[in-house]
Design a protein around this ligand. Structure first.
Ligand code: PXL
Length: 273
């Protein structure tokens, strides 16, 4: 007997040929959270565990058409963005999500993970596209989830402790996002991973374990995708972020080596055996 369809989530992101990060991480995270995953591909990266060898951007109108195609027929309960590559792609996404009702104030919540570079430092966003994040995308975000490098690029705040993390959250909130999650995972002096959630009124610290592994490729994507999964199922933002934090901790614990470089975090622990 056919079962009812599960909740549905869309990732607007780049492909990682090595399968560690990007839309591959998003789709397996949606699956592991019991959510039907869909993708609007923004770029194809030529990549392995050592680094990014090349990037081919998808034409902006094709990115927009993917968003419209899945929204009009299948429906989207929550969406996220990852690698967006260029200003032109961001502008096409903004027009498409406005048209179909994705984003802050619309029917479908939007998580914006402002991916700027791979963990090896390879650029995944043209430098001139930061402005489109600031002026176009953040104001449409239900939640933004920058890491510390992205915080520095977007608002020029160097996060080194709790006070600067709060300052960064305030500056990011001013750019128009409804909720801000400043991830502290890269603050290596902290024996734990402390992320800060802010809605313009209240700060909430979320603390998780720090694991001694270098295999954390796709960690940011997996966190944002697990938050998006919970939003698709109807959770509030604080509930979804708390879920994401628990989920990513287990994925980092279950990470594995791959190739000669950096291996991925993994949601395989949800499966038996
Ligand atoms: O983890 C950020 C990220 C997102 N998207 C793509 C990536 C990476 C990191 O390498 O390759 C396609």
């Amino acid at each position: 007997m056919a079962q009812g369809a599960p909740c549905k989530a869309l990732t607007i992101a780049g492909s990682d040929s090595g399968g560690g990060a990007g839309l591959q991480a998003d789709l397996r995270t949606f699956f592991a959270n019991g959510v039907h995953g869909m993708s609007a591909v923004t770029a194809v990266t030529v990549q392995n565990s050592v680094g990014v060898r090349g990037v081919a951007e998808i034409p902006p109108d094709v990115v927009a058409a993917q968003i419209k195609a899945v929204t009009e027929d299948i429906g989207v309960d929550a969406a996220k963005t990852g690698m967006l590559a260029s200003t032109e792609i961001i502008l096409a996404i903004v027009a498409a999500i406005d048209e179909v009702g994705i984003g802050r104030g619309a029917r479908t919540p939007l998580v914006v993970d402002p991916v700027a570079a791979s963990m090896h430092g390879d650029p995944l966003l043209r430098a001139d596209a930061l402005d489109a994040y600031r002026t176009e995308l953040f104001g449409r975000a239900t939640l933004v989830t920058p890491n510390l490098d992205e915080v520095r690029l977007l608002v020029g705040v160097d996060v080194t402790d709790g006070a600067s993390q709060r300052e960064a959250a305030k500056a990011l909130h001013k750019l128009g996002a409804q909720w801000v999650l400043v991830k502290g995972g890269h603050m290596h002096d902290d024996p734990e991973c402390t992320d800060l959630l802010y809605d313009g009124a209240e700060f909430t610290e979320l603390t998780g374990p720090r694991f001694a592994t270098r295999h954390t490729h796709g960690g940011g994507d997996t966190l944002a995708a697990s938050i998006t999964s919970a939003l698709a199922k109807g959770a509030t933002v604080p509930e979804a972020v708390a879920h994401g934090k628990r989920f990513i901790a287990r994925c980092v614990e279950a990470s594995y080596p791959l190739g000669s470089g950096v291996g991925p975090v993994s949601p395989l622990w949800v499966l038996p055996g």
